[in-house]
Design a protein around this ligand. Structure first.
Ligand code: URA
Length: 431
């Protein structure tokens, strides 16, 4: 029997636990030998006391050991992966994957669903008719080998400890703890098999990390966990004080991702994609640095090869890559600016929630997503508008939902007489 109560007490008192104790606790929890109430108390003790780097490493190893791991060595190449801590309008993976694949680097990613106000890559992909995101591990590896990339859902047998712990943390106010977030994300990345990973840690109102210092702490913890597991990790800290790009909502975001692959995307999304792709190519076996990687990524978009790689990938997973195939919302309505001025700030979490209330996200696990609906932010921070010009456009299922969203989205924009200072999308890089 695991002395769970004793381990909780020792963590509560600020003691450092031995790696073996943490491993036993996590594995016993997954075997149902430790009940949820004891694990919840343990997470709360960690929330107050924190974990040392050695404990965070031990927790991550135990989480990886709780399930299967994917072996990508059959590819005989350095495989890369990319992960974002979650934001509003973050469709970057849908562009980065095909860009990297078009540059000849295998890209293998396991993704999650939307969480609260943030969207999830899998939900976005499911707005593509016919697209399947469920692939067995061997089919996943085969697709990366044959098509150059795959983005699929995480299977139940990959880090089952995280699945259970995350659900528990979600309802016990213990999500926002750096070591718990770092071990949750990195255990999944390590188990999914890639050799090198670029992490996008979002910072700001629409992110889990509200300050650059908190984001840097998380980035450093994740880089160090990756290194201990023999993986190379580069972490970009990127702005989430406004949505990324314009589109928020599943099919709307797919459309914007495709436009970006065709060279027509919004500048902030394009910049984030080129920066991340540059780092991924530098971590690959191409033998280039990040500047040359960025140049190759630009070239892959300009030549149309990145868009071809997108179409090949979507077809490989059964989807129709044509934009005409995407669902369209029946009611489309503009949100007018109530006065003239510059956009000073956008309440990003509130805007993500407005999209969720339209049906683009889930309030509970059981909710069914409406892939057509969402919000397109026509104005971004620093843009100057006349009174009545559109701040945003609502895509809704019916008039009632559209009316409600117009008011909700209007209240997300703050206008002022002077242009705010410009801010780059990539705020810092931790390696
Ligand atoms: N994303 C994860 O996968 N885990 C966390 O704990 C937080 C965000």
């Amino acid at each position: 029997m695991i002395p769970a109560a004793e381990l909780i007490e020792r963590k509560r008192n600020g003691e450092e636990l031995a790696a073996g104790d943490l491993r036993d606790l996590v594995l016993a929890y997954v075997r149902d030998e430790v009940p949820d109430y004891q694990m919840a108390a343990f997470c709360m003790a960690v929330w107050f006391r924190g974990l040392t780097p050695a404990e965070t490493h031990a927790l991550t190893e135990a989480m990886v050991a709780s399930g299967e791991t994917i072996d990508l060595s059959a590819l005989g190449r350095r495989v890369v992966d990319k992960h974002s801590t979650g934001g509003v309008g973050d469709k970057a993976s849908l562009v980065i994957g095909p860009v990297v694949a078009a540059c000849g680097v295998p890209f293998a990613k396991m993704s999650g669903r939307g969480l609260g106000h943030t969207g999830g890559t899998l939900d976005k992909l499911e707005s593509i008719p016919g697209m399947t995101i469920e692939l067995a591990h061997d089919a996943f590896v085969r697709q990366v080998q044959e098509v150059g990339m795959a983005i699929v859902g995480q299977t139940a047998d990959l880090v089952p400890a995280d699945k259970r712990l995350y659900a528990l943390r979600d309802v016990t106010a213990t999500v926002d703890q750096v070591s718990l977030i770092a071990s949750s994300i990195m255990s999944k990345k390590i188990a999914a098999g890639a050799d090198a990973i670029v992490l996008d840690v979002k910072v700001g109102d629409g992110a889990f990390m509200k300050t650059i210092d908190a984001a840097r702490g998380l980035a450093e913890a994740m880089v160090s966990l990756g290194r201990e597991a023999g993986r190379e990790v580069v972490c970009e800290l990127t702005d989430m004080d406004q949505p990324l790009g314009h589109a928020v909502g599943n099919a709307l975001e797919i459309r914007e991702a495709v436009e970006t692959l065709q060279g027509d995307g919004p500048p902030d999304l394009r910049e984030l994609v080129l920066s991340a792709a540059g780092h991924l190519l530098a971590l690959s076996d191409l033998g280039v640095d990040a500047d040359e990687g960025r140049r190759r990524a630009e070239q892959a978009i300009a030549s149309g090869e990145a868009h071809v790689a997108y179409e090949r990938w979507i077809r490989a997973q059964g989807g129709d890559p044509g934009l005409d195939a995407l669902p369209v919302a029946p009611v489309v309505r503009d949100v007018p600016a109530p006065e003239a001025g510059y956009v000073q700030a956008i309440a990003t979490t509130a805007l993500g929630l407005a999209s969720l209330h339209l049906g683009a996200g889930r309030a509970t696990k059981e909710d069914v997503i409406d892939h057509a609906v969402g919000v397109v932010c026509r104005a971004k921070r620093g843009d100057e508008l006349e009174r009545g010009e559109p701040l945003a456009t609502i895509h809704a299922r019916d008039d009632v939902a559209a009316e409600r969203a117009v008011a909700e989205v209007a209240s997300c924009f703050r206008l002022g007489p002077e242009a705010p200072d410009p801010r780059p999308i990539v705020l810092d890089v931790v390696r």
